[in-house]
Design a protein around this ligand. Structure first.
Ligand code: UDP
Ligand code: MG
Length: 321
């Protein structure tokens, strides 16, 4: 609704996938959080191909709201890509990204803005506590953050939440990225800039349910790690070198033994063990290499990152595709 020239405008980007149960509570909560802020804002809701009536609800709540832009993607592209679609349309001097389900409370937004005004280019919400998540999910999250911190060049703070603020500077950099696997949290921590952190308690979902199954979360973690680290590839080079060295030593031993004591037939058990062990290692290493080839495959196709079905913007003429 405003232009870049207006330096006090911020954009709020909200990805939405099947959030009909809670969507009507979302906007009032955001309005309330921003009420005390003397700052102009625009909301950009990105419907990530919802199969419920989320889009109709969005159309309904956007009536008489000149500060709402609605983007409908042609199918489900995943949250991170939906966020990119929204950021691409954002005109604000800063962009806040927040989930539609109010798990990351909008009341934190003033805290993010304060850090931004203090000169931080990227402000990241850190989950102090995760309410309503079972211990398996918490443990998996812990392992994931530890792993990515240790083996990648992406300084991802543990427990960094989905809530964040990006200054226009950071937004412009992020929009230049062309890679297909968009792990948003990874990217915003990879690009550098001055980062600030705001702690908060993650609430339970007030309605609907989490969109991620354990399978999806695992696939997501593999994608994230292989996008930011080459260590999984290197491990197999090291494993290969070690196996070859051990094999060589064993070969020398067998050779010397045969010379000194003559040939011997027994050894079935050790043969089977070696075949199984090395076969297993080879299969795992092929799997890991395939992950990277999969990334290459996606990059080479160079398809558009997302497809927009419809946009409802206050000045639709300018914004229509
Ligand atoms: N979401 C999305 N596309 C998806 C999955 C989720 O746009 O494929 C949105 C969802 O509507 C919500 C946010 O991303 O606003 C976070 O999703 P969810 O609450 O399921 O994730 P969790 O909080 O369990 O990590
Ligand atoms: Mg959630």
């Amino acid at each position: 609704m405003t232009t870049d020239a207006d330096n006090t405008t911020i954009s709020i980007v909200i990805p939405v996938y099947n959030e009909a149960d809670i969507l009507r509570d979302c906007l009032p909560a955001l309005d309330q959080a921003l009420a005390a802020e003397d700052i102009r804002h625009e909301y950009i809701f990105v419907d990530d191909g919802s199969t419920d009536n989320s889009w109709d609800i969005l159309l309904d709540i956007s009536r008489n709201r000149p500060d709402l832009t609605l983007i409908s993607l042609s199918r489900r592209f995943g949250k991170d890509i939906a966020v990119f679609a929204g950021i691409g349309r954002a005109a604000g001097k800063a962009v806040v990204v927040i989930d539609a389900d109010l798990q990351d409370p909008p009341a934190i937004i003033p805290g993010l803005l304060q850090k931004w005004r203090q000169g931080h280019d990227i402000v990241i919400g850190i989950r102090r506590r995760r309410r309503g998540e079972n211990w398996i999910r918490r443990l998996a999250a812990k392992i994931f953050y530890k792993l990515i911190q240790t083996i990648s060049d992406c300084d991802l703070p543990p427990d960094s939440g989905d809530l964040c603020l990006l200054d226009r500077r950071a937004v412009d950099v992020i929009l230049q990225f062309t890679e297909r696997t968009r792990y948003f949290k990874g990217l915003i921590n990879w690009i550098g800039f001055r980062r600030g952190f705001v702690e908060y308690t993650r609430e339970k979902r007030k309605g609907g349910k989490s969109k991620w199954s354990y399978m999806q979360l695992t696939a997501f973690a593999i994608d994230a790690i292989t996008s930011y680290s080459r260590l999984p590839l290197r491990i197999w080079t090291l494993a290969g070198i070690s196996a070859a060295a051990i094999g060589f030593c064993y070969g020398v031993y067998v050779f010397v033994y045969t010379i000194v004591f003559g040939g011997r037939v027994p050894g079935y058990a050790s043969m089977v063990m070696l075949i199984l062990f090395l076969g297993g290692i080879q299969l795992i290493s092929i799997g890991v290499i395939s992950e990277y080839i999969g990334h290459l495959f996606l990059e080479v196709k160079n398809r558009p990152l997302f497809v927009i079905r419809e946009i409802k913007a206050p000045d639709e003429k300018n914004k229509a595709e």
